[in-house]
Design a protein. Structure first.
Length: 505
């Protein structure tokens, strides 16, 4: 139940994209608009930050506009207008500060949005009043140009400040355009008509840009939401993965403890079975009259030997996987170990009339490796070659240098071969090829994985090449770091070859 719950938590939504699309469509149908309701508060919050960051810009613009107007026209109405407009902007900033301190939900965001729209309508009326006024002491169109420049700057500043608040640009711009249109209609002056056309064109442009910025921010919020969802999903997946990894480590530890505790319990009776069956098959304590009993004893001995080999291979692979496989490293000659392994396997090869040919490169230096492990690697490869080579076949054993300066031993047979898609299966624990199973005696499927793991412990590599009906070649490679550099012989000491000959004598 615990494992099932973990899997269920990791797959809450099998079709997450469909669920999000359905939710977005439902919200759009309920609210009658494209903007998700959850983004309203974020856009209002973005507008609040924009107002607070630019709080000093609007009063400076109003003051400069009033000072510039007084330069052209010494009118008291500019001072009154500047005071009223600054009060409106101050109310906007105070409202933004108050809204920033509140923890608003979607409903409160709608209320704050309406309040901000009211303030912008008041600001728009203030600028409309400025646009409608005329200079009483000016001559020519100088004041008209000044007023047009001031209105354009004000429109640009308003568009940049209100892009995050939907429809706010209309409340701030439309009163000014209506005031200019009213003045142009009443006065019918070419300068007023020109200013109206210029301000109207600028207002349309700023409205367009404001809408583009608004939709761009909506998309950015959507991307941010998707990123947050992905981060949340990754965190959930990571927690599930960590839990699965912890359970796998516990299971692996339990397996290692079980194998460690059961190895003695299994090997003790197996040794007794092998010993007693060998004594009985040799008729040490007396002859066995029944031939069937002799055959049964031989079967018992072979089965016990097969089971003991299987247990040893499983324990070796378990120790390697658990990181408890210790290497007893020393200097050794690959050619000597290969010759010993060939001598051990020759009896079985001769029973199938298989010829083993050697091609060792002379003068190879020693390597720094574990002799028992390297011997196991070569024996496993030779055993597999003999096992899958048909009667009268040939096995070639090569030993030489690699391109990177290491040493390799390659064992190639002319057996049935392995399909390319089955090579990963063969290299996995208990994996066997389909053709090999049909054409040769059964095995445990642990020989090649053990070879691969042992070479990996040495920093080497195992390469398996095979084609159907062309045979199989297993290449065990030791890296350059394992090769010992040759040294000049010390004068006055007997050579290693002389020692070896005297020892055999």
């Amino acid at each position: 139940m615990t494992d099932k719950n973990i899997v269920d938590r990791s797959r809450d939504h099998k079709n997450a994209a469909v669920v999000k699309t359905v939710r977005a469509t439902r919200d759009r149908l309920q609210n009658g608009r494209q903007t998700p309701p959850a983004f309203d508060f974020e856009m209002v919050r973005l507008h609040i930050n924009s107002v607070l960051q630019g709080a000093a810009a609007a009063p400076i613009l109003v003051i400069l506009t009033a000072v510039g107007g007084l330069w052209f026209d010494e009118a008291v109405w500019l001072l009154a207008w500047a005071l009223m407009t600054m009060i409106a902007y101050a109310a906007l900033v105070l409202m933004a500060r108050r809204a920033a301190r509140t923890q608003s939900d979607e409903e409160m965001a709608s209320r704050w949005r309406k309040r901000f729209l009211g303030i912008y309508a008041l600001i728009g009326l203030c600028w409309a009043l400025f646009a409608y006024q005329d200079c009483t002491t000016c001559q020519g169109d100088t004041f008209v140009f000044y007023k047009s420049a001031a209105l354009l700057i004000a429109l640009a500043a308003t568009a940049m400040a209100t892009f995050a608040l939907r429809h706010a640009i209309y409340f701030a711009v439309v009163p000014t355009v209506l005031a200019l249109a009213l003045r142009a209609g009443l006065e019918r002056d070419a300068a007023d008509v020109s200013m109206l056309a210029m301000v109207l064109a600028a207002a349309l442009f700023f409205i367009f840009m404001s809408q583009r910025l608004y939709h761009t921010n909506l998309r950015m919020l959507g991307f941010q939401t998707q990123k947050d969802d992905l981060i949340a999903e990754l965190e959930v997946a990571k927690s599930v993965s960590d839990e699965a990894r912890r359970r796998a480590e516990e299971a692996n530890l339990a397996k290692s403890r079980f194998l460690a505790s059961m190895s003695h319990e299994l090997r003790t009776p197996l040794n007794a079975i092998l010993g007693f069956s060998e004594v009985m098959s040799g008729e040490v304590l007396g002859p066995i009259a029944n031939d069937s009993y002799k055959e049964y004893v031989g079967d018992i001995h072979r089965s016990g030997q097969h089971l003991l080999n299987l247990i040893n291979e499983i324990l070796d692979l378990s120790r390697i996987e658990a990181g408890r496989y210790e290497l007893s490293e020393g200097a050794l000659a690959m050619s000597d170990i290969a010759e010993d392994c060939i001598a051990l396997i020759q009896l079985k090869a001769r029973s199938k009339n298989i010829q083993i040919t050697e091609a060792f490169e002379p003068g190879l230096p020693m390597v720094w490796a574990d002799e028992k492990s390297i011997r196991q690697v070569i024996l496993n490869l030779l055993s597999n070659a003999v096992k899958f080579t048909p009667t009268g076949g040939e096995i070639r054993v090569k030993l030489g240098w690699t391109a990177g300066g290491g040493q390799y031993i390659a064992i190639k047979d002319n057996g049935p071969g392995i399909a390319e898609e089955e090579i990963p299966v063969v290299l996995s624990a208990f994996g066997q090829g389909s053709i090999a199973i049909k054409s040769a005696e059964q095995g445990t499927g642990l020989g090649l994985p053990i070879v691969q793991a042992i070479l990996a412990k040495h920093g080497g590599e195992f390469v398996l090449k095979s084609k159907l009906r062309e045979g199989t070649e297993g290449i065990a490679i030791l890296p350059r770091e394992r090769v010992l550099e040759s040294m000049a012989p010390v004068e006055g000491l007997p050579s290693a070859a002389g020692k070896k000959k005297r020892a055999f004598r």
